[in-house]
Design a protein. Structure first.
Length: 276
């Protein structure tokens, strides 16, 4: 029988082994995550005293509804099972264990971001429902031109990023990220303020080889291309992959799920910064 518990400091080597064998990430990235969020953010599953699966409960500032009401929720991340133990239901077991421990921490909901389309159906079978959506765009460098209309961009702190993010998502259902979560995103890449016509917007950017991944860009739809152009002037890349809150419902893609399932989808809620 699988035993589930919070991870402890002595579990760190095994946590790294499960993570690395599940996702193929570098020791540097795994250590950065564990140092930032703490080993005790992890939930582990043991069989005969051996850790065979894990997941992490990350903090949020809540599920913020359109009217400003907040519901307590956490974000489940890096659900992983050792390859030789897959196919026995441990993926579902560790997910439900993370949900249970999240409830014990006082949360009303949990959210997660499936890493591929097939996993949406997997989590739906467990009682999760669709929650968040986005529009996604790809631009080549040649499509992006300097212009006097482009916003001015400045690097900013995680605290300032959270402030601008809250302002720009006001009136839309969304997951309000914690400063700790945004701080980790800052370590993965860079956080920017975009200034235009006396208003402030924000963007979180990572590089993957010659590709710039703009994990979230919070600007009005008519500023999308000028904003990406401004970022391109600062961040050389051959391609720019951009995620924004939904302004074109016909091209909306699902990005996150919630448990227990409850329908908040009328205004296309926003998550992003999913560390995906």
């Amino acid at each position: 029988m699988t035993k589930f518990r919070f991870a402890q400091a002595q579990d760190r080597p095994k946590l790294k082994d499960v993570w690395k064998r599940s996702f193929g990430d570098t020791d540097e990235l795994i250590d950065m995550f564990l140092d930032h969020f703490g080993v005790n953010s992890g939930i582990v599953g043991e069989l005969s005293g051996e850790i065979v699966c894990a997941a992490y409960i990350l903090p949020t500032e809540g599920l913020v509804l359109k009217d400003g009401t907040k519901r307590r929720c956490s974000y489940i991340y890096a659900i992983s099972v050792l390859p030789e133990y897959r196919g026995n239901g441990l993926g579902k077991d560790i997910t439900f264990a993370a949900v249970d421990f999240s409830y014990r921490l006082g949360n009303e909901f949990v959210v997660l971001s499936p890493s591929d389309e097939g996993l949406f159906e997997f989590y739906r079978s467990m009682g999760f429902g669709e929650l968040t959506f986005a529009n996604k765009f790809v631009f080549t460098r040649e499509e992006l031109k300097p212009s006097e209309n482009n916003p001015k961009i400045l690097p900013i702190s995680p605290e300032k990023y959270c402030e601008i993010r809250r302002q720009n998502l006001q009136g839309r259902t969304h997951i309000e990220l914690s400063g700790k979560a945004v701080g980790f995103q800052g370590k993965l890449g860079a956080l920017y303020c975009l200034q235009h016509d006396g208003k402030e917007y924000c963007a979180a950017v990572e590089k993957s080889g010659s590709i710039a991944i703009i994990k979230e860009l919070l600007v009005p739809g008519d500023l999308l291309v000028p904003a990406v152009s401004a970022l391109a002037a600062e961040i050389p890349a051959s391609e720019y992959r951009v995620t924004v809150p939904v302004f074109d419902k016909n091209s909306a893609v699902r990005t996150g799920m919630i448990f227990p399932s409850e329908d908040f989808t009328a205004d296309y809620p926003f998550l992003c910064l999913a560390y995906d």
